[in-house]
Design a binder for this molecule. Sequence first.
Ligand code: ADP
Ligand code: MG
Length: 243
Amino acid sequence: MIKIRDVSKSFDGVKVLDGLDLDIPRQSVVTVIGPSGSGKSTLLRILDVLEQADSDTVDFGDGPIDLTSTNKADIHAIRSRIGFVFQSYNLFANKTALQNVTEPLIYAKGIKPDEARRTALEQLDRVGLADLADRYPSTLSGGQQQRVGIARAVAVNPELLVLDEPTSALDPEMVTGVLEVIKQLGRDGMTMLMVTHEMRFAYEASDRVVFIEGGHVVEQGDPKQIFEHPRERRTAEFLSSTN
Ligand code: ADP
Ligand code: MG
């Protein structure tokens, strides 16, 4: 179990996250849903230390790590355990798909170039892009670029993969392929914390769904319970507003 505790964050005196707690069982997919502006992206950015929390610890089972730390070694330790897939693909434009996946293996993990290349090709194959390894991002579709982004995040073998609306920047016809890749990762036992506005996908791909609003967890449960029998009025209202 990965335990995230007491996440708080204010912007300009406005509390966006207010002592939020979250448990992510190993090898499970936890999906966070909630209204726009409810702090979902902020929560994920705090986990990757792209955003500085006011308070927050994460515990991978070997003791709490303080995410408010600005210590470089602490930040590196966290980032080496959490992989991040962004809304937009954030690939290096001047590097091929293969180079995009290979470089973090060499520079962040210290893996030898030959082995890094082999691992990167395996990961590109896993997301269905082995044939396009030598293409530059600008010659790939949005969906293909996002799959390269996923391969890059997964290649370094993170303990937790965090995905922030991985399909929201994609044309509708590209969404399915990316969702299939994510579902397969879940079936392969990757521990994931995901934010999505694709409720059908959340239903199908998640082991646990967490509804947040006002900086707190309002309700969480298995997808069937949340989507078919929400206990809280706010959850029901939110879900009826999404379809
Ligand atoms: P969500 O992803 O759930 O839509 P966000 O986490 O992006 O929500 O944002 C939560 C709130 O925090 C919003 O009101 C947003 O305007 C605010 N916010 C996010 N990042 C910043 C920032 N860097 N500076 C000021 N306000 C921010
Ligand atoms: Mg967001």
